[in-house]
Design a protein around this ligand. Structure first.
Ligand code: ADP
Length: 490
């Protein structure tokens, strides 16, 4: 079953449009075939009846003539021979009919020019007219055998011979042939037109579904930020299935957006609330550390000092984590609001950040090459972004390594590049380094104080400015982070 299902898409396109058109074509073919067969059957029956009527009428007319001859002969001589009653075929024969007048023994007494010598239809031993279709030469011929009756001396009606009238069915076959061809031709053309029309109509009818799908896909493919969840599908005022689908989808987005907002508020509130007790803990650790430094606690003093050191380091890390979380939660909320935008010299922001990061450097060479570039944005946020990139670079670059910051740009956009000669990032981690809490080197990053939120914050800031941040890296050779921002529009 599964295998059959799996092979299905290769055989037939899995689209409603295709299925609708295929069903439409199938039904139309059925209708056309039924219609064609009915028309052909009816026409054949009708033409057949026409031929039979014509034959019967001619035979009847000749019969009337024969009876008149018999009456005349009887009046003249009190009786008649078969030769007396044989009518003159002149006017009948001219119709191109095959006519034979035969006696009871099937001897042909008279025949029209087109009729053969041999009997067309042998004696049927019946006093009723009978119809036969048979082949004469290379054409089918329909013949009626019309018995001639006469009263015998006992007053009984006796068959004394027959009138055979035959007509070639060539015209009949031609008519049926052209009817069949016309039906087939119009059916094929009609079917082709209907399939094309059906395909176009189905496409037209399903276009709103495609539109809904495309919009839903665009929302799904967006970064899941508050702004991307604000998009809503257009609800056509048709009140149909598409309108209901769009409404349902929008209602789902409303709930999703509300859930995101709640989550964001929770993270923001929690990190905000946790900062106060954490500050108290850090203050107390400092007090304890100062007191133990002066008190004589004997052999335990080294252990206590180490434990207090751990506590200070870990609470410091927790403080940074809370700051980052708060920052992200606020940034998420702020995407709905415009950032505070004003003209900012990106080169100056970069120089300030490099100066600050210089204090963190542990032997790495920090270089700046910056052209004066003005962008519109929030200088503090931009500085934070550059610092995140520089801190990461310092953390991942060995002592003798080099970290270079380049700033350049023109009226349409600005570019800030942070290049290091550090460990680099493995290709499988590259697509995820901007994800929240993603750490390419797991435990080690945690040990070096990373929260896994730095690059997520950097990307949020970049996008908040209408820009983007990208990374390229060669493991062992270093990484390059490139920030692109739109030019200053003010
Ligand atoms: P963290 O706070 O752990 O540094 P980030 O979001 O700033 O978190 O970075 C995510 C991951 O990307 C880091 O764990 C690190 O492995 C990797 N990374 C970031 N910058 C660099 C860099 N310059 N060189 C090598 N790896 C980097």
């Amino acid at each position: 079953m599964t295998a059959r299902r799996a092979s299905f898409p290769q055989l037939l396109p899995r689209s409603i449009r295709f299925r609708l058109t295929a069903w439409y074509a199938l039904l139309l073919s059925l209708v056309l075939v039924t219609l064609g067969v009915s028309v052909l059957t009816l026409a054949q029956r009708r033409l057949n009846d026409d031929v039979n009527d014509r034959l019967l009428k001619t035979a009847g007319d000749i019969g009337v003539q024969a009876r008149r001859n018999a009456r005349d002969a009887a009046a003249r001589r009190g009786g008649f021979f078969f030769a007396d009653i044989v009518p003159d075929l002149g006017s009948f024969a001219s119709r191109g009919l095959k006519i034979q007048i035969v006696d009871r023994e099937d001897r042909v007494w008279e025949r029209s020019e087109s009729a053969p010598d041999h009997i067309l239809v042998p004696n049927q031993r019946t006093s009723e007219p009978t119809f036969h279709t048979h082949r004469v030469g290379d054409a089918d011929v329909r013949t009626v055998r019309f018995p001639i009756t006469a009263m015998d001396s006992n007053g009984n009606n006796q068959v004394i011979g027959a009138i055979l009238v035959g007509e070639s069915l060539e015209t009949f076959d031609d008519t049926m042939g052209s009817l069949r061809q016309t039906l087939l031709g119009t059916s094929i053309v009609g079917l082709a037109l209907a399939v094309v029309g059906g395909w176009l109509l189905a496409g037209r009818a399903l276009r709103p579904v495609d539109r809904v799908t495309a919009m839903a896909a665009a929302i799904a493919a967006a970064d899941g930020s508050a702004a991307s969840l604000q998009t809503r599908l257009q609800v056509p005022d048709t009140g149909d299935e598409i309108a209901r689908l769009s409404q349902t989808f929008n209602a789902m987005l409303d709930r999703l957006q509300a859930a995101f907002a709640t989550q964001r508020r929770f993270v923001a509130d929690a990190s905000h609330e946790l900062r106060t007790p954490l500050t108290a803990i850090r203050g107390n650790v400092d007090v304890l550390a100062r007191q133990t430094a002066h008190a004589d606690l004997g052999p335990a003093s080294a252990d206590i000092a180490a434990a207090l050191d751990d506590m200070r380091r870990e609470s410091g890390r927790m403080g940074r984590l809370l700051d980052d979380l708060l920052m992200l939660a606020r940034a998420d909320a702020e995407t709905e609001v415009q950032l505070d935008q004003r003209p900012v010299r990106l080169d100056e922001v970069a120089r300030d950040a490099v100066r600050t990061a210089g204090a963190l450097a542990d032997g790495q060479r920090l270089e700046v090459s910056a052209d004066p570039v003005v962008v519109s944005g929030d200088p503090d946020r931009l500085q934070q972004l550059v610092l995140i990139l520089l801190e990461n670079a310092v953390r991942h670059t060995p002592r003798e390594g080099r970290i270079a910051v380049e700033v350049g740009g023109n009226g349409t956009g600005a570019r800030l590049v942070v290049r290091d000669t550090g460990d680099g990032i493995a290709p499988e981690h590259l697509p995820h380094v901007f994800d929240r809490f993603y750490r390419a080197d797991g435990a080690r990053a945690r040990a070096t104080g990373g929260t896994g939120l730095g690059l997520a914050i950097a990307r949020t800031i970049a996008r908040g400015h209408g820009g983007e941040i990208a990374v390229a890296s060669t493991p062992g050779a270093g990484s390059t982070f490139t920030l692109t921002l739109p030019g200053n529009r003010q």
